[in-house]
Each structure stands twice: as structure tokens, then as C-alpha cells.
Write a protein that binds this ligand. Structure first.
Ligand code: GLU
Length: 293
């Protein structure tokens, strides 16, 4: 099989817990989109938030993916090895006055704006210089009302007003850690990812990441947001809520279920087969338009 350089996808788990069925669906959707187009599929570990990470989970994630028969191209990229690059970018953005230091804590923003917890919009209190004198600041990226628009491969045309949605958002936290928007925005572009396929729970993150890319003059990838897997009680499966880890001993059953979840119609006999046969079938029959919105 020749690898076409015209498609490059990725799976980018955070090592905050073992993979669960929702992770499998995201991994599978991105994998099949790539493989169906003879493209590459990269694996990236988003380990930029050590306080939220669990020891030993990276190893567990790699083994699980391998046990489910995923094959990635090239070396795994660890975001923890990219800190120098993120520093460089933040420094450049500060110099260009596209980003600025901010002394506001989450609590003070809530108090001042009367917003309640949840998604907060930052109205730019420190845009013209930090309000308070601190030894450490967070760094925010300036936004504006220019609409961020893209055509999602499943959800169709999307349009976001970042200023209304988030306001200027954090690139680097006061504790020095870099934000997901910054790290993923840079890495997706610099790894040459042509399409980001991930769960629709991250749809609201795409405009911020596109804004990071556009501000840096990098080309944004295409986006494709998959339906989210819910638990029986109707909540999104997540590592933080300790969703049941997937076990490669059950790979055939779970790969089959994941294909069905993605709207595909695998023949029932595949349930008695093995990873290889399931993947062969899936790569040959993958149809994005069967995935529900
Ligand atoms: N690392 C993030 C997570 O595990 C998502 C990465 C992405 O696909 O953009 O939730």
C-alpha cells in the first residue's frame, strides 16, 4: 500500500486515565478516516497537564491501542517534549502584543462579571496591562469578533464568535503549564495534520485552536467531530468520571460495537473473527456519511 501524503490524521489522548469506549470510538473514527484514504495516522500523547495525569497511564494507553490492533506511523509525539517550542511561541506572541500577561484569577473573573461557574467569558480586564502586580501571570491570546468558520465533515458549517464565546483565552497558566488550545493548535498544524477527527465534546475547542493557528500564520486542518458516547445515565464517558477502561481481551467485541456506534454495518460473522479481520473489513467499508450527527 502506498502512503498518500495528502491525508494525515491523528489520535491525541491525554494520559489522565485509561482509554474507555468513548476513546475507542474517537481512535477508530480517526483511524478509519486516515486508512480509508491511504493516509497516515499519528499518535500524540497530550501530556501537558501533570497535575491531572496518572502514573503509568501512558504505557497502558500504548499497550491498549496495540492490543486493539491500531498501527501508528512514526514515533509517538509527547507534548511534554514540546515545551520549548510552546515557550518560543508564547514569547513571540507577547513580543508582537498579540498576547498579554493577565493577573485575573478564575474566582476574580466570576466575581467581577457576575458569571456563574462553567464556561466563563473573559472580558479583557488586563488587555492594557495587568490589573494587579503579581510575581506570576497567566498569558492570554487576544481575540476579536471576527468569526471563526469551518465546515465540519459531519456537523456541517460552523461559525463561532470567539470574543463572545470565550474572550481572550489562556495560552499559559499562572503555574507555567501550557493550555490545550495552545499546544494542540500548534502541534496539529506543525505535525501537518490534514484532518482532526475527534469527539463532538471538543467542537467548542476548535475555534480557539484555529485562532492560535491563524495568529501564527499556520494553516488549520479540516475538522470532523464524531458523536459522543454517553453512559446509561446519559453522561459523557470520560476519564475524569472514571469510565470503565477498555480491555484488549475484549477487543473483537468492542471494535464491533464501536463500528456499530459509528453507524457502520459490519456483518454479524465478524463478531467471531479477530482484530485483523475486523480492521480489514472496516477499512474497506468505512463510510463517513453513515456516522450520525
Ligand atoms: N487530549 C485531548 C483529550 O484526550 C483531546 C485531544 C484532541 O483530540 O484534540 O481529550
Amino acid at each position: 500500500m502506498t502512503i498518500s501524503p495528502s491525508y494525515r490524521g491523528r489520535f491525541a489522548p491525554s494520559p489522565t486515565g485509561p482509554l474507555h469506549f468513548g476513546s475507542l470510538v474517537a481512535a477508530m473514527g480517526s483511524y478509519l478516516q486516515a486508512k480509508r484514504q491511504n493516509g497516515e495516522w499519528l499518535l500524540r500523547i497530550d501530556d501537558i497537564d501533570p497535575p491531572r495525569e496518572q502514573k503509568g497511564v501512558v504505557d497502558n494507553i500504548l499497550k491498549t491501542l496495540d492490543g486493539f490492533g491500531f498501527e501508528w506511523n512514526g514515533e509517538v509525539l509527547y507534548q511534554s517534549n514540546r515545551r520549548e517550542r510552546y515557550h518560543e511561541v508564547v514569547h513571540h506572541l507577547l513580543e508582537q502584543k498579540l498576547a498579554y500577561p493577565c493577573s485575573c484569577s478564575r474566582k476574580s473573573i466570576l466575581e467581577k462579571t457576575g458569571q456563574t461557574k462553567g464556561e466563563t467569558v473573559y472580558p479583557g480586564f488586563c488587555r492594557n496591562g495587568p490589573l494587579e502586580n503579581l510575581s506570576e501571570y497567566s498569558i492570554r491570546l487576544r481575540c476579536n469578533h471576527e468569526l471563526i468558520q469551518f465546515d465540519d465533515a459531519i456537523l456541517g458549517p460552523q461559525s463561532f464568535d470567539l470574543e463572545k464565546m470565550n474572550g481572550d483565552f489562556v495560552l499559559q497558566r499562572r503555574d507555567g503549564y501550557f493550555s490545550y488550545h495552545l499546544a494542540s493548535g500548534i502541534d496539529d498544524a506543525e505535525q501537518g495534520i490534514t484532518e482532526v477527527v475527534r469527539g463532538a465534546d471538543l467542537l467548542n475547542c476548535s475555534p480557539g485552536q484555529i485562532h492560535v493557528q491563524q495568529t501564527l500564520g499556520l494553516s488549520p486542518p479540516l475538522y470532523c467531530h464524531l458523536p459522543i458516547v454517553l453512559s446509561e445515565s446519559g453522561q459523557k464517558l470520560s476519564k475524569q468520571s472514571h469510565a470503565k477502561p477498555i480491555d484488549s481481551k475484549e477487543s473483537v467485541d468492542l471494535l464491533y460495537k464501536s463500528l456499530k456506534f459509528l453507524g457502520q454495518m459490519p456483518p454479524i460473522e465478524l463478531m467471531q473473527s479477530n482484530n485483523k479481520e475486523i480492521w480489514n473489513w472496516a477499512i474497506n467499508h468505512w463510510q463517513l456519511d453513515l456516522v450520525s450527527k
